[in-house]
Design a protein around this ligand. Sequence first.
Ligand code: ADE
Length: 228
Amino acid sequence: MKRIGIIGAMDIEIELLLGRIELQRKEKIAGFVFHLGKLCGKDVIITSCGVGKVNAASCTQILISKLGVDGIINTGIAGGLHEDVEVCDVVISRDVTHHDVRKKQMKNWFPHQEYFEGDRKLIEAAEKAFENSDVINSSCHLGRIVSGECFVDDTQLKEQIIEGYSPHCVEMEGSAIGHVAHINDVPFVVIRSISDKADEEASVSTKEFEKITAQNSAAVVMNMMKIL
Ligand code: ADE
Protein backbone atom coordinates (compact mmCIF):
# COMPACT_ATOMS: atom_id res chain seq x y z
CA MET A 1 0.00 0.00 0.00
CA LYS A 2 1.43 3.34 -1.09
CA ARG A 3 -0.73 5.84 0.79
CA ILE A 4 -2.94 4.95 3.74
CA GLY A 5 -5.98 6.91 4.89
CA ILE A 6 -6.43 6.98 8.66
CA ILE A 7 -9.86 8.05 9.92
CA GLY A 8 -11.01 8.81 13.46
CA ALA A 9 -14.52 10.05 14.16
CA MET A 10 -13.51 12.55 16.85
CA ASP A 11 -10.41 14.73 17.14
CA ILE A 12 -9.38 12.91 20.32
CA GLU A 13 -9.11 9.69 18.28
CA ILE A 14 -6.42 11.09 15.96
CA GLU A 15 -4.67 13.44 18.42
CA LEU A 16 -1.76 11.08 19.10
CA LEU A 17 -1.22 10.51 15.35
CA LEU A 18 -1.32 14.22 14.51
CA GLY A 19 1.31 14.73 17.20
CA ARG A 20 3.65 12.38 15.30
CA ILE A 21 2.93 13.12 11.63
CA GLU A 22 5.61 14.85 9.52
CA LEU A 23 3.07 17.18 7.99
CA GLN A 24 3.47 18.08 4.30
CA ARG A 25 0.19 19.92 3.77
CA LYS A 26 -3.44 20.16 4.78
CA GLU A 27 -6.48 20.09 2.51
CA LYS A 28 -10.05 20.97 3.41
CA ILE A 29 -12.77 19.23 1.38
CA ALA A 30 -16.47 19.15 2.31
CA GLY A 31 -15.54 20.45 5.75
CA PHE A 32 -13.12 17.56 6.47
CA VAL A 33 -9.52 18.57 7.19
CA PHE A 34 -7.07 16.10 5.65
CA HIS A 35 -3.52 16.03 7.05
CA LEU A 36 -1.12 14.73 4.39
CA GLY A 37 2.35 13.61 5.42
CA LYS A 38 4.49 10.78 6.71
CA LEU A 39 3.92 8.69 9.83
CA CYS A 40 6.90 6.54 10.80
CA GLY A 41 8.13 6.91 7.20
CA LYS A 42 4.82 5.82 5.59
CA ASP A 43 2.72 8.12 3.40
CA VAL A 44 -0.56 8.78 5.20
CA ILE A 45 -3.57 11.05 5.20
CA ILE A 46 -5.06 11.52 8.66
CA THR A 47 -8.50 13.00 9.23
CA SER A 48 -11.45 13.13 11.62
CA CYS A 49 -14.79 12.57 9.92
CA GLY A 50 -17.25 13.41 12.71
CA VAL A 51 -19.61 10.98 14.37
CA GLY A 52 -21.91 8.71 12.37
CA LYS A 53 -22.07 6.65 9.21
CA VAL A 54 -22.91 9.40 6.72
CA ASN A 55 -19.89 11.46 7.75
CA ALA A 56 -17.71 8.36 7.68
CA ALA A 57 -18.93 7.24 4.23
CA SER A 58 -18.47 10.67 2.69
CA CYS A 59 -14.99 11.08 4.14
CA THR A 60 -13.93 7.60 3.00
CA GLN A 61 -15.06 8.25 -0.58
CA ILE A 62 -13.10 11.52 -0.70
CA LEU A 63 -9.98 9.77 0.60
CA ILE A 64 -10.29 7.20 -2.17
CA SER A 65 -11.52 9.24 -5.16
CA LYS A 66 -9.90 12.61 -4.60
CA LEU A 67 -6.85 11.87 -2.50
CA GLY A 68 -5.87 8.48 -3.91
CA VAL A 69 -5.44 6.33 -0.82
CA ASP A 70 -5.10 2.60 -1.47
CA GLY A 71 -5.73 1.39 2.08
CA ILE A 72 -7.93 2.61 4.94
CA ILE A 73 -7.62 2.28 8.70
CA ASN A 74 -10.37 3.41 11.06
CA THR A 75 -9.17 4.07 14.61
CA GLY A 76 -11.10 4.95 17.75
CA ILE A 77 -13.20 3.83 20.69
CA ALA A 78 -16.15 1.44 20.94
CA GLY A 79 -18.64 -0.19 23.30
CA GLY A 80 -17.78 -3.76 24.25
CA LEU A 81 -20.39 -6.43 23.48
CA HIS A 82 -18.59 -9.78 23.73
CA GLU A 83 -18.25 -11.28 27.21
CA ASP A 84 -14.48 -11.65 26.77
CA VAL A 85 -14.01 -7.98 25.90
CA GLU A 86 -13.02 -5.64 28.75
CA VAL A 87 -12.68 -1.86 28.94
CA CYS A 88 -9.30 -0.81 27.44
CA ASP A 89 -9.04 -3.96 25.28
CA VAL A 90 -8.40 -3.58 21.55
CA VAL A 91 -10.63 -5.15 18.88
CA ILE A 92 -9.44 -5.64 15.29
CA SER A 93 -12.17 -6.11 12.68
CA ARG A 94 -12.30 -9.58 11.18
CA ASP A 95 -15.38 -8.09 9.52
CA VAL A 96 -17.88 -5.25 9.94
CA THR A 97 -21.56 -4.66 9.28
CA HIS A 98 -24.42 -2.25 9.93
CA HIS A 99 -26.54 -3.29 12.92
CA ASP A 100 -29.29 -0.85 11.91
CA VAL A 101 -29.83 -2.10 8.34
CA ARG A 102 -32.27 -4.99 7.96
CA LYS A 103 -30.51 -8.21 6.95
CA LYS A 104 -32.98 -8.48 4.07
CA GLN A 105 -31.86 -5.07 2.81
CA MET A 106 -28.19 -6.07 3.06
CA LYS A 107 -29.05 -9.17 0.99
CA ASN A 108 -30.63 -6.94 -1.68
CA TRP A 109 -27.49 -4.82 -1.85
CA PHE A 110 -24.98 -7.65 -1.51
CA PRO A 111 -26.61 -11.03 -2.27
CA HIS A 112 -23.49 -13.00 -1.35
CA GLN A 113 -22.27 -11.26 1.75
CA GLU A 114 -23.69 -10.01 5.00
CA TYR A 115 -20.37 -8.62 6.22
CA PHE A 116 -17.48 -6.58 4.84
CA GLU A 117 -14.23 -8.39 5.58
CA GLY A 118 -11.16 -6.67 6.94
CA ASP A 119 -8.04 -6.99 4.80
CA ARG A 120 -5.82 -9.90 5.81
CA LYS A 121 -2.55 -7.97 5.49
CA LEU A 122 -3.89 -5.03 7.53
CA ILE A 123 -5.27 -7.41 10.17
CA GLU A 124 -1.93 -9.20 10.51
CA ALA A 125 -0.10 -5.88 10.74
CA ALA A 126 -2.53 -4.71 13.46
CA GLU A 127 -2.05 -7.92 15.46
CA LYS A 128 1.72 -7.60 15.26
CA ALA A 129 1.57 -3.88 16.04
CA PHE A 130 -0.50 -4.55 19.16
CA GLU A 131 2.23 -6.82 20.50
CA ASN A 132 4.78 -4.02 20.04
CA SER A 133 2.56 -1.26 21.46
CA ASP A 134 2.50 0.43 24.82
CA VAL A 135 -1.20 -0.17 25.34
CA ILE A 136 -2.40 0.05 28.91
CA ASN A 137 -4.40 -2.79 30.56
CA SER A 138 -5.28 -4.27 27.23
CA SER A 139 -5.82 -7.60 25.48
CA CYS A 140 -6.28 -7.89 21.74
CA HIS A 141 -9.27 -9.57 20.05
CA LEU A 142 -10.04 -10.32 16.42
CA GLY A 143 -13.78 -10.16 15.81
CA ARG A 144 -16.84 -8.57 14.32
CA ILE A 145 -17.43 -4.82 14.70
CA VAL A 146 -20.93 -3.47 14.09
CA SER A 147 -22.02 0.13 13.61
CA GLY A 148 -25.25 2.10 13.72
CA GLU A 149 -26.57 5.62 14.06
CA CYS A 150 -26.84 5.60 17.85
CA PHE A 151 -24.70 5.50 20.95
CA VAL A 152 -25.68 2.19 22.57
CA ASP A 153 -26.29 2.75 26.28
CA ASP A 154 -29.16 0.40 26.92
CA THR A 155 -28.98 -3.25 27.88
CA GLN A 156 -32.03 -4.24 25.84
CA LEU A 157 -30.61 -2.84 22.59
CA LYS A 158 -27.21 -4.30 23.46
CA GLU A 159 -28.76 -7.78 23.83
CA GLN A 160 -30.63 -7.40 20.52
CA ILE A 161 -27.43 -6.51 18.69
CA ILE A 162 -25.55 -9.43 20.28
CA GLU A 163 -28.37 -11.80 19.31
CA GLY A 164 -28.45 -10.54 15.72
CA TYR A 165 -24.75 -10.27 14.92
CA SER A 166 -22.50 -11.90 17.59
CA PRO A 167 -20.18 -8.89 17.52
CA HIS A 168 -17.20 -8.01 19.68
CA CYS A 169 -18.00 -4.31 19.85
CA VAL A 170 -20.25 -1.51 18.60
CA GLU A 171 -19.51 1.97 17.31
CA MET A 172 -20.91 4.43 14.78
CA GLU A 173 -18.61 4.57 11.71
CA GLY A 174 -16.68 1.37 10.98
CA SER A 175 -19.33 -0.40 8.89
CA ALA A 176 -19.78 2.64 6.65
CA ILE A 177 -16.02 2.87 6.12
CA GLY A 178 -15.88 -0.87 5.37
CA HIS A 179 -18.90 -0.60 3.04
CA VAL A 180 -17.40 2.26 1.01
CA ALA A 181 -13.95 0.63 0.96
CA HIS A 182 -15.54 -2.60 -0.29
CA ILE A 183 -17.48 -1.04 -3.19
CA ASN A 184 -14.26 0.73 -4.25
CA ASP A 185 -12.19 -2.44 -3.87
CA VAL A 186 -9.87 -0.79 -1.35
CA PRO A 187 -8.51 -2.81 1.61
CA PHE A 188 -9.54 -1.65 5.08
CA VAL A 189 -9.39 -2.54 8.75
CA VAL A 190 -11.15 -1.09 11.80
CA ILE A 191 -9.27 -0.90 15.10
CA ARG A 192 -11.11 0.09 18.24
CA SER A 193 -10.34 0.20 21.95
CA ILE A 194 -13.19 -0.40 24.38
CA SER A 195 -14.33 2.67 26.33
CA ASP A 196 -17.53 1.17 27.82
CA LYS A 197 -19.80 -1.87 27.86
CA ALA A 198 -22.70 -0.36 25.83
CA ASP A 199 -24.97 -0.48 28.90
CA GLU A 200 -26.62 2.14 31.12
CA GLU A 201 -23.17 3.16 32.46
CA ALA A 202 -21.79 3.71 28.96
CA SER A 203 -21.76 7.53 28.95
CA VAL A 204 -19.98 7.75 32.30
CA SER A 205 -17.52 5.04 31.33
CA THR A 206 -16.78 6.67 27.97
CA LYS A 207 -16.04 10.00 29.64
CA GLU A 208 -13.61 8.29 32.00
CA PHE A 209 -11.87 6.10 29.43
CA GLU A 210 -12.12 7.86 26.06
CA LYS A 211 -8.68 9.45 26.18
CA ILE A 212 -6.76 6.37 27.20
CA THR A 213 -8.70 4.09 24.84
CA ALA A 214 -8.43 6.51 21.89
CA GLN A 215 -4.68 6.47 22.52
CA ASN A 216 -4.56 2.66 22.79
CA SER A 217 -6.09 2.34 19.35
CA ALA A 218 -3.96 5.09 17.82
CA ALA A 219 -0.79 3.53 19.30
CA VAL A 220 -1.58 0.30 17.45
CA VAL A 221 -2.15 2.23 14.21
CA MET A 222 1.15 4.06 14.62
CA ASN A 223 3.06 0.82 15.06
CA MET A 224 1.32 -0.62 12.00
CA MET A 225 3.11 2.02 9.91
CA LYS A 226 6.47 0.42 10.79
CA ILE A 227 5.22 -2.92 9.48
CA LEU A 228 3.29 -1.96 6.32
N1 ADE B 1 -18.47 4.37 20.83
C1 ADE B 1 -17.99 4.14 22.07
N2 ADE B 1 -18.91 3.53 22.84
C2 ADE B 1 -20.01 3.37 22.06
C3 ADE B 1 -21.30 2.83 22.28
N3 ADE B 1 -21.63 2.33 23.48
N4 ADE B 1 -22.19 2.86 21.26
C4 ADE B 1 -21.86 3.36 20.08
N5 ADE B 1 -20.65 3.90 19.81
C5 ADE B 1 -19.73 3.91 20.79
